[in-house]
Design a protein around this ligand. Structure first.
Ligand code: PLP
Length: 381
């Protein structure tokens, strides 16, 4: 019998409570019943982003739709932007800007590393016309973490806006929208939020509104002004994904019950145990000291076809890891551990990794990884 475990960097595993909430009978969206749910969810989402001054809009799209909405709303024709890239997702901001005719400066960071904040300052110092800085909290393609607090501090010295792709940051890593002075941040439903794919959330803080109001880039469906106006009436501009909204309400209840600080701490503990388990097997981490708590990216050992291992594990046992994307294909195994993941899931993931490597003929001492994980998780209490 095969049992499915998604240790992927999105979509992630969905708690049964959330799936059941999604299966509730359909209700019409222009009703007091839906408005109440939507209003409560929008308030709960402020807690997720840790904001009191900002508002959170629910978008009916995957994360990239929300990223596009940010570009369309905060920039104007002729504006210049700065993008920090260190992998596929940072590069997406560059592509989106290009699509809207926005000229970009790029701080390109080696894959697997977080940015040195002083590099952002160097460029801002030389380019006073930069209006917006785009950053990524957790670069899911490499497993590297960027220090958003430090980056934001610099951006604010130069009076620019900071827009953060926190799609795998929110609900995993500490993220303090107000305290860190972040102007706009986005996340998606299928990562730390424990939902199926299909929703994205954009938090727009007070400092971004001047730019949004005077923006002149084309926007119709993705117009923050329409979203703000409708949220005042506890609704959305267009038909929302009602079932996913109901599911997200349940997911937020679970997050509130655990407490966001505990959620961050759990991810840190599980990520640390995973990294140590991997190292105990003699494997190397791709992002080294820059590793985020979202996933563990393991460097493919010399001469080992990791994609074959991943495929075999997925098809024969139902345990799903992912490989590298694009230029990183064949170079890594990524084990996602965000959202609905606990101690025993990590033990399971590492035991599957041991099995996969062993069956591929790579010399691992069976049980060495899980022994290390178990010792850390038991001791960590
Ligand atoms: C998953 C992810 C995205 C893209 O989100 P989609 O939901 O696939 O559109 C963007 N940025 C990061 C950091 C991600 O992990």
């Amino acid at each position: 019998m095969k049992k499915n475990y998604l240790f992927t960097p999105g979509p992630t595993m969905v708690p049964p409570e959330v799936s059941l909430a999604e299966a509730q009978p359909m209700i019409h969206h222009r009703t007091p019943q839906f408005s109440q749910i939507f209003y409560e969810l929008s308030e709960d989402l402020k807690y997720l982003f840790q904001t009191k001054t900002g508002e959170v809009y629910t978008l009916m799209s995957s994360g990239t739709g929300a990223m596009e909405a940010c570009v369309a709303n905060v920039l104007s024709k002729g504006d210049k932007a700065l993008v920090i890239t260190s992998g596929k997702f940072g590069e997406r901001w560059v592509e989106l800007c290009k699509c809207f005719g926005i000229e970009t400066e790029v701080v390109s960071v080696e894959y697997g590393k977080g940015v040195e904040p002083s590099r952002v300052e160097e460029i801002l110092k030389k380019n006073s016309e930069i209006k917006v800085v785009f950053a990524t909290q957790s670069e899911t393609s490499t497993g590297a973490l960027h220090d958003i607090k430090a980056i934001s501090q610099i951006v604010k010295k130069y009076s620019a806006l900071i827009v953060v792709d926190a799609i795998t940051g929110i609900g995993v890593h500490k993220f303090l929208m107000d305290e860190w002075n972040v102007d706009v941040a986005v996340t998606g439903s299928q990562k730390g939020c424990m939902l199926p794919p299909g929703l994205a959330f954009v938090c727009v803080n007070s400092g971004a509104w001047e730019a949004v109001e005077k923006g002149d880039l084309p926007r119709y469906y993705w117009d923050f002004r329409k979203m703000r106006k409708n949220l005042k009436n506890k609704t959305t501009p267009f038909t929302p994904a009602v079932s996913l909204v109901m599911a997200m309400k349940t997911a937020m209840e679970m997050i509130k019950k655990e407490g966001i600080e505990n959620v961050w701490a759990r991810h840190e503990r599980l990520a640390n145990a995973t990294r140590e388990g991997v190292k105990a097997l003699g494997l190397e981490l791709f992002a080294g000291n820059s590793s985020s708590n979202v996933l563990t990216a393991i460097k493919a050992p010399e001469g080992v076809d990791v994609d074959k291992i991943i495929k075999k594990l997925r098809d024969e046992t139902g345990v799903t890891f992912t490989g590298g994307q694009d230029s990183l294909k064949g170079k890594m195994i990524r084990i996602g551990h965000m959202g609905y993941v606990n101690d025993f899931d990590i033990i399971l993931a590492i035991s599957a990794l041991e099995k996969g490597l062993h069956e591929a003929g790579y010399p691992v001492e069976l049980g060495k990884g899980i022994t290390r994980v178990q010792s850390l998780l038991v001791k960590g209490r």
